[in-house]
Structure formats: C-alpha cells, structure tokens
Design a protein around this ligand. Structure first.
Ligand SMILES: [Zn+2]
Length: 186
C-alpha cells in the first residue's frame, strides 16, 4: 500500500480566513498590486505564520461551513490581521510575477507522505480513506505549515528530507496521531 494525495481528503480551514484577510487589506490599499499571483503569494505567506486548522473531509459527513475572520477568537484574529499586513508588505516590496508557478500548496503535506507510508508498512496497516484523512489532518495540525506557490517548494521538501530533526518530528507526530485515533495501541 502506497498512500498518495489521492487517497485522502483534507482541508485547512485557515486558507479561507487567510484569503479573506488579504482581500480585506487589498480593498483598503488601492496602490498595492492585487493580481491573482500577488494575492496567492500573500495568502501563502500569511498561512505560514498562523497555525493550520486541518479538518478531514469524511465520506458521510456534511461539509463544514467555511470559517470566517469574525469567528476567530480575539488573539488569533489580531495575529491574522497583523500577519496579513506583513504579508502584503513583503510581497509588495518584492512582487513575483513569473509564470513558472506551481499551484499554492502546503509542502509539509508532501513531506508527511513518505514517513507515513514507511510507518503504515512497518505496522502492517491497511487503512481506508476516512482514516487516512483523519490521520493527515491530525498530523498536519501538529506541524508547521510551509505553503509555497513556486516550484522552489520542492527544493524545500528535499532539504527538509535531509534534516534528521525535521524527520524525527514527522515520525513522532504520526505515531502520536495513530495512538490518539486508537489505530495503534498507546
Ligand atoms: Zn501582482
């Protein structure tokens, strides 16, 4: 069994919140480029500064209503707005309009797949889509997100794969979640 991104469904609820915060600041700042590329770069930058809130998308469960800024508790709300200002400033000072782009994605998700496959094989686990979605959401909520919009993201993945400290963090988080979900005995 080899798990790929097609084998589970998850969603980071902060993606909608981040896009909303960026839109809000751009609406107030007409002198900042608000093209789709800059918007996505700002959103990715912001998402890396705030904790991820991944949820599994389960087969028999209705989709959550999208999370909106106003629902966040005060401290997180303020952090999102402050970091959104920073994101707009960073991208505005260094806009990147090249066409060689990848769709925005969280590289941490790609990095988790290899240790997860390793553990599932070692433990002889055959899991269904819902279980894999719960595992991936749980693990990604424990790790720092690394959203990227460029193909350089893949260079980041390779560097992190060589870092044994990072690697250990992935293994610990995966085992933690497998025990929490009672897929492995604790
Ligand atoms: Zn732009």
């Amino acid at each position: 069994m080899k798990i790929t991104q097609d084998d589970y469904s998850i969603h980071n609820r902060m993606e909608g919140v981040a896009a909303e915060a960026v839109d809000r600041l751009l609406a107030e700042n007409s002198n900042v480029c608000g093209c789709a590329m800059c918007r996505e770069d700002m959103t990715a930058y912001l998402l890396n500064q705030i904790p991820a809130v991944y949820v599994p998308i389960l087969a028999d469960q209705a989709q959550n209503e999208p999370l909106v800024l106003e629902q966040l508790e005060n401290q997180l709300f303020r952090k999102v707005i402050v970091e959104a200002y920073r994101a707009v400033h960073v991208v505005r000072s260094n806009p990147r309009h090249e066409h060689d782009r990848a769709a925005m994605q969280n590289c941490t998700e790609l990095m988790v797949l290899s240790p997860l496959n390793d553990i599932l094989n070692k433990e002889g686990l055959q899991l269904g889509r819902d279980e894999l979605s719960q595992i991936m959401a749980g693990v990604l909520n424990m790790l720092e997100p690394h959203y990227t919009t460029s193909n350089k993201g893949h260079a980041y993945v390779r560097t992190a794969e060589l870092d044994s400290g990072e690697w250990a963090k992935f293994y610990c988080s995966i085992y933690d979640v497998l025990k929490r979900l009672a897929i492995l005995p604790s």
